[in-house]
Design a protein around this ligand. Structure first.
Ligand SMILES: [Zn+2]
Length: 282
């Protein structure tokens, strides 16, 4: 079965990961922009990073038989330095217009602050004006922040924006937020981790309760404890829980394909050859 991984940070992964992903059926990856682990101080370092995930990462993936795309944005975690965020966005057109950029993302809330909201809104308005797809990050539950509040605030902002909800995915849903996202009728993402946050058992329960329509799952694998072969494992869990092969294919291929196709740039090559590292030219 061919799998599309709609949200993964390959920038932080190794070639062993690409090899394992290929062997387990992943043929397409989409890499949203994310926080690199330390506060960036220059707009240029954002722009160089965007170029890296749009160009270099696509070349790296291709050797492993995987067609790689990216989503471009200033992440909510990087919105507190407002001047820097705006300067960065001022210079982002070329990256959004890149043939491998499929959406504006991840944008949204991290701690639900006014600065985050300003940077979120500006990027949403650009997306609406140019008819871009949008990937929205939602906050993780912490003692200070509630994911549900973040999703509620996100939906309120989207209502004000009045942009086609079929072109928007609200990501990182859990059993605490699926009712909100379903009612808003955007696409719903779920990020599945091996242990923390949303594990596979909980994800399967959510799928049973809320169905597969306009839904995508992802591993989001980055530098933290995460697993880039989560989606093949989800396929196995789904079959064990009575989902049909057609339903597995809907969730892991048809749905992400339908969402990203709306970008007008998504024609993934599913038959790229895997070039075994032992055959590389010296
Ligand atoms: Zn992410």
């Amino acid at each position: 079965m061919v799998i599309i991984e709609p949200h993964i940070h390959m920038f932080s992964r190794t070639t062993d990961d690409y090899q394992a992903m290929y062997e387990q059926g992943i043929r397409v990856t989409v890499e949203p922009s994310f926080w690199l682990g330390s506060q960036r101080r220059h707009a240029g370092t954002f722009w160089d990073y965007f170029e890296c995930i749009l160009d270099f990462e696509a070349q790296r993936a291709e050797r492993f038989g995987i067609d790689h795309y990216a989503n471009i944005a200033v992440n909510p975690k990087e919105a507190e330095d407002k001047a820097l965020a705006h300067e960065t966005i001022d210079g982002m057109d070329a990256y959004w217009e890149h043939e491998r950029c499929l959406a504006v993302g991840e944008i949204g809330y991290n701690l639900i602050t006014p600065n985050e909201e300003e940077v979120f809104m500006r990027q949403l308005e650009i997306a609406k004006a140019r008819n871009y797809l949008v990937m929205i990050h939602t906050p993780h539950d912490t003692p200070q922040v509630s994911k549900r509040k973040g999703v509620e605030r996100t939906i309120a902002v989207l209502r004000e924006l009045d942009y086609d909800h079929d072109r928007i995915i609200i990501d990182h849903n859990t059993e605490d937020t699926m009712d909100l996202t379903r009612a808003a009728d955007t696409w719903a993402g779920m990020t599945v981790y091996p242990y923390s946050k949303l594990n596979p058992v909980r994800a399967i329960d959510i799928l049973k309760k809320w169905g597969l329509e306009k839904t995508m799952v992802n591993s989001s694998a980055d530098w933290g404890v995460s697993d880039p072969t989560t989606l093949p494992k989800i396929a196995g869990h789904m079959r064990e829980n009575g989902f049909t092969d057609a339903q597995v294919e809907q969730l892991l291929f048809t749905n992400p394909h339908a969402f990203y196709r709306q970008s007008g740039k998504f024609e993934p090559r599913l038959d790229l050859p895997f070039i075994h590292p032992s055959t590389y030219q010296r």
